[in-house]
Design a protein around this ligand. Structure first.
Ligand code: ATP
Ligand code: SF4
Ligand code: MG
Length: 331
């Protein structure tokens, strides 16, 4: 397969030395060209930290303390994003990857029309185009994300939150990215909006061919709209699988718990049990499998040794002592 991004052994801490909180712990994750990869997990599991870390947009006191983030450009050799100079990084970030972060819709400038802001982005990306060409492109981009071209003359406050978010996506797409990263807010109210946006992104990537890393706490959305799903718990990826397979049969008890936290999309009704207990305290992580204090299936090795993420079945990775895995692939 054709990777666009390979995250290897990524570690992100908040703070230094003994005071460091390890928020992302040895994460391995591969994003393939043109796919939608969903990342889910409870609040505090490290999803945003992972996204900020891999794009080097971590605010202090966040530090990437280890690992590699290998980006494969369409042409040219792969680069480790973590070793790029600031100038190279700017080029990488704007030309190849578009990031739409939590609350990004509020980062539109309130005093400028949507048209002005979108045209500025297009001009920065394609300085040689004519004004008429840029306007045509702006209209096309808005149409792509389902906004009528007559909205170009609106100010941000005249648009709904969902529309502002779609304007941000239009701006992201103006850069013709290979990779779009979206980190969605976790409030329940936004789920309707998230569903629209993710549906639209999934459709657009079929036409435009970019890969999407979509981050949400809402696993049901991902089941519907993504190709693969990765589940995060206590800073680690604990399961990764094609979306349909993960929905049909979760291997990790935590994933199972998440699946029982929302109503079945189709097929027999599932009992809604949720997950008892609360996420681990990163400053006092349980020994062994971080999930063991909440796990209904915990057994002998679980409170002693951390299970490694590995392939339990072809294309399915899990980190759980219930599932013997092949040795991790050499790096
Ligand atoms: P949510 O679903 O709520 O967005 P998340 O999975 O994105 O959660 P992160 O925001 O990445 O989680 O946070 C991961 C962990 O890092 C949390 O335990 C959080 O308390 C901790 N953390 C985040 N920012 C900081 C910071 N500036 N200083 C110290 N710890 C932090
Ligand atoms: Fe549960 Fe043990 Fe698997 Fe952890 S390793 S999820 S505690 S069975
Ligand atoms: Mg977050």
């Amino acid at each position: 397969s054709d990777p666009v991004l390979e995250i290897r052994g990524l570690r992100v801490d908040y703070g230094l030395g003994d005071a460091a909180v390890h928020a992302v712990r040895d994460v391995d994750l591969t994003l393939h060209r043109g796919e939608v990869l969903g990342l889910a997990g409870e609040s505090g599991s490290g999803k945003s930290t992972l996204a900020y870390g891999l794009t080097r947009l971590l605010p202090p006191p966040g530090v990437v303390s280890g690992g590699q983030v290998i980006y494969h450009p369409v042409d040219g050799p792969p680069v480790d994003v973590l070793t790029l100079s600031p100038a190279q990084l700017r080029q990488f970030r704007w030309a190849e990857t578009s990031i739409v972060f939590q609350g990004a819709m509020n980062s539109l400038n309130p005093v400028h029309k949507v048209s002005t802001q979108l045209l500025d982005v297009i001009k920065a990306h394609e300085p040689k185009t004519t004004a008429a060409g840029r306007l045509a492109r702006a209209r096309d981009l808005l149409r792509l994300v389902g906004i009528a071209a007559d909205r170009l003359d609106s100010y941000p406050h005249q648009l709904s939150g969902g529309m502002r978010q779609r304007v941000m996506i239009a701006m992201a797409l103006a850069l013709e990215p290979q990779l779009v990263i979206m980190d969605e807010p976790t409030t329940a109210l936004d789920v309707v909006m998230q569903r629209q946006i993710l549906g639209q992104l999934a459709e657009l990537r079929e036409r435009l061919g970019f890969a999407v890393l979509f981050i949400t706490h809402d696993l049901s959305l991902l089941v519907e709209f993504s190709d693969r799903i990765a589940i995060m718990y206590g800073g680690r990826i604990v399961e990764e699988a094609p979306a349909a397979q993960l929905y049909r049969r979760a291997l990790h008890p935590y994933t199972e718990g998440l699946l029982h936290s929302f109503p079945a999309l189709r097929g027999p009704r599932r009992e809604l049990t949720g997950i008892p207990g609360s996420p681990p305290d990163l400053r006092a992580m349980p020994e062994g499998c971080a999930f063991h204090p909440r796990c209904p299936k915990a057994f002998d090795p679980c409170d002693k040794k951390v299970p490694a993420l590995g392939a339990a079945e072809p294309g399915r990775d899990v980190a759980c002592w219930l599932h013997p895995v092949a040795a991790p692939a050499p790096r």
